[in-house]
Design a protein around this ligand. Structure first.
Ligand code: MN
Length: 725
């Protein structure tokens, strides 16, 4: 910690000088840390001067010699974001620090732990939140996609300040968008801004930022339309040079007559909002008469209505255009009176009447809640820990009656149950909560799910059943030899994954039984010394409509072997010698048509025999297994596939009697693990003062492997006896 401090002091002086020299060519000087601190001091009484200065220097150091597309030092960008958060939005000093640091996790070597150590966990988590948002690579322009992305942004924004910093970041990026050389990239950023960030800014009432970013995006995407509207606006302005000025004067005259103190300004609509209105109402530019809105700012709510009365007595109103958002505020808390009257020169003019506070709320929205009134922070800092801001934000979004609202209530209900993740390419995948990497794989493509062998989340290899979290970047590792396992069904949550797995397992199952049935048929032919021929299988006799069905039933143990043998006998008639033959266990997937019996746990190398069991398939036992005695007739001779190179493991159970010593356990587990075997279960059977009787389940590759382990155990002085069960 002290070392880091030391470093900062040594390096910062040099870099500061270097930056000043560079920036003197840049037109606008970079905001200095002192200017920033002075600006925050004006409204935040809790300001921690040292911490802001430290963040300023830290960020400058971290970004070092990185450059922006404009050629200016990278640090110019976070410094400008801090300026927006301070001068335009009056955010608390913590948020300003987040603005300074917002790109260090993504673009520099600084890690989360370092940030947390120096600036505390609140700031570190906020920076991490902004970083998560930067993983978005939004390319599509479809409403459906835009919805998901907006939902994602809200889902990862546990603290509304993350979104506010992101919007300030986007504003700064839009202001410098023209420096980006690639037109494709400029367009992508503009689409993202128009589809995601402008609507989000509007939702939380930050209209100032919304207007500016939407307008730059509009210019980038539709330069011709932008120019056409701008030219027309200029034309209207020039037509009646003094229109705005005259209207303001006239309004001032009538209001001062009634002694209502106020300030009035005329504000032109942005080209983008005019264009949107033209599209929405399908009208031409000439038909939009509220291009200029006049704002009357008064001191109290009472004066709002008084001013409205004055306006309505002195000008002719256009019916149906009056709206009282003071009595009934918009759900993003917008409050104002709107009316349209016929003004000077017979032109319809739109008038908005509001107080100073309402005006601020209209411009800054939720950011205005962070403002200080008489030194008190409205919206206590403690609230942020309880996600109160997020809840409020969601409430705003949820209740908005705006017809343009993309998120309707039914979708929001689902929203709590969703998780938003990215592919390595940055595409957003929306899944139900609790979804795993396997669900993710199936969501992208059935084949990807069917061959999925591993999952990497944010670069780390994790078990397949790991539950995904918002913002996770997910990589699916595949293998052509992999196939879905029935056990996956226990942890997947999407219907698609479940049905794909079920379908695969079913088809696999069918294949396995058919294959077993085929092997069994050949086995019986060979046993009877008859040349195998499918023509000789009279499947109709066994109520099967096809040979495949016959094999399937045979594999399932539904064909009486005695009966099958007798049909073959009838065909050949005589000279039958019973041959010694067997079925090789090659290629069967365990636990589908071929099972290893739980009673004797055969392992590779054991002498084995199969018993055909109706509806289950072939059960493999050791020849010494006691359950053999009860069965008859359905014995099938089987053999291992000895040159099987595939790594398989078998479960073997050992009974170990050992001395009752404190280090006996350690000795035994050591021997087993040093012989490359896993203990999967361990149970104490009996315990006397002298001895323990222990049951150990271990997984081994074959009988030789098991033999080595047994020998090693017997050689141990703590062990009295070892017996395979
Ligand atoms: Mn940035």
């Amino acid at each position: 910690m002290s070392l880091i401090k030391h470093f900062l002091i040594i390096f910062s002086t040099n870099t500061l000088i270097a930056c000043y020299i560079k920036l003197s060519f840049c037109g606008r000087f970079m905001l200095t840390s002192s200017e920033l601190i002075q600006a925050i001091q004006k409204y935040d009484p809790n300001l921690n001067v040292d911490l802001v200065r430290k963040a300023y220097i830290f960020s400058m150091e971290a970004h070092g010699m990185q450059k922006r597309a404009s050629g200016s030092p990278y640090f110019y960008h976070p410094a400008e974001v801090a300026r927006i958060l301070t001068e335009q939005l009056h955010m608390d000093y913590t948020t300003v620090i987040v603005g300074l640091l917002h790109d260090v996790l993504e673009d520099t070597n600084v890690g989360f732990e370092e940030l947390e150590e120096i600036f505390g966990s609140e700031i570190a988590f906020l920076v991490e939140g902004v970083t998560k948002l930067s993983h978005i690579k939004y390319t599509s322009s479809q409403v459906k996609q835009s919805e998901s992305y907006q939902k994602f942004i809200i889902a990862v924004t546990h603290d509304i300040r993350v979104l506010i910093v992101k919007l300030a970041d986007r504003l700064q990026n839009m202001r410098t968008l023209s420096y980006i050389k690639s037109e494709e990239k400029r367009r992508r950023i503009a689409i993202e801004t128009l589809d995601l960030y402008a609507p989000l800014a509007e939702r939380i009432g930050m209209n100032g930022i919304k207007d500016e970013i939407a307008d730059i995006a509009f210019f980038t995407l539709h330069p011709n339309e932008y120019r056409a509207i701008s030219t027309k606006l200029e034309h209207i302005r020039n037509q009646d040079n003094n229109f705005v000025q005259n209207t303001i004067l006239e309004l001032q005259k009538v209001l001062s007559k009634d002694e209502i103190p106020c300030s009035i300004n005329g504000r032109e609509k942005t080209p983008y909002s005019i264009w949107k209105k033209m599209q929405k109402r399908n009208i031409g530019l000439d038909q939009i008469y509220d291009i200029i809105a006049f704002r009357i700012i008064v001191q109290s709510v009472k004066e709002c209505y008084a001013a409205l009365g004055v306006v309505h007595t002195n000008f002719r109103i256009i019916p149906g255009r009056f709206k009282d958002y003071i009595s009934i505020p918009k759900l993003n808390n917008y409050r104002s009176l709107h009316t349209t009257v016929i003004g000077t020169g017979n032109q319809p003019i739109e008038i908005q009447i509001r107080t100073e506070d309402m005006h601020r709320m209209a411009e800054e929205g939720i950011a205005a809640h962070w403002s200080y009134k008489n030194g008190d922070l409205i919206g206590k800092v403690g609230e942020t820990q309880n996600y109160a801001w997020l809840k409020r934000l969601i409430a705003i979004i949820k209740n908005s009656p705006d017809p343009y609202e993309v998120l309707d209530n039914s979708k929001l209900e689902m929203f709590d149950d969703e998780v938003f993740c990215f592919t390595s390419k940055g595409d957003l995948i929306t899944l139900p909560k609790g979804a795993t990497g396997v669900d993710f794989a199936y969501e992208i493509h059935t084949d990807l799910g069917n061959t999925c062998i591993g999952v990497r989340i944010n670069g780390k290899l994790v078990p397949l059943k790991t539950v995904l979290k918002n913002g996770d970047r997910v990589d699916i590792i595949t293998s052509p030899y992999q196939h879905p396992e029935a056990t996956w069904e226990d942890f997947v949550v999407t219907g698609k994954a479940r049905s794909c797995i079920r379908k695969f397992v079913k088809s696999q199952e069918k294949g396995e039984f058919i294959s077993l049935g085929f092997q069994l048929s050949r086995y019986i032919f060979a046993e009877m010394n008859i040349q195998f021929s499918e023509d000789l299988i009279l499947y109709e006799k066994f109520c099967c409509d096809s040979l495949t069905k016959f094999y399937y039933n045979m594999g399932k143990g539904l064909i009486p072997l005695k009966l099958f043998r007798s049909t073959l006998l009838n065909i050949e008639g005589n000279n039958i010698t019973f041959n010694d033959t067997s079925i090789c266990l090659i290629d069967f997937i365990p636990d589908i048509a071929v099972h290893f019996s739980k009673c004797c746990c055969p392992i590779l190398g054991d002498k084995i025999i199969g018993i055909l069991q109706a509806n289950k398939g072939l059960i493999i036992h050791q020849t010494t297994c006691r359950s053999m005695e009860e069965s008859c007739e359905a014995f099938i001779r089987v053999k291992w596939n000895q040159d099987d190179n595939i790594e398989t493991s078998f479960m073997a159970r050992l009974q170990i009697i050992m001395l009752n010593h404190k280090d006996s356990f350690a000795a035994i587990t050591n021997i087993i693990s040093s012989n490359n075997a896993n203990i999967s279960n361990l149970k104490i059977e009996h315990r006397t003062t002298e001895f323990f009787s222990l049951l150990v389940d271990i997984s081994v590759t074959d009988i030789a492997h098991l033999g080595e382990i047994q020998a090693a155990l017997r050689a141990c002085s703590k062990v009295k006896s070892v017996k395979r069960l």
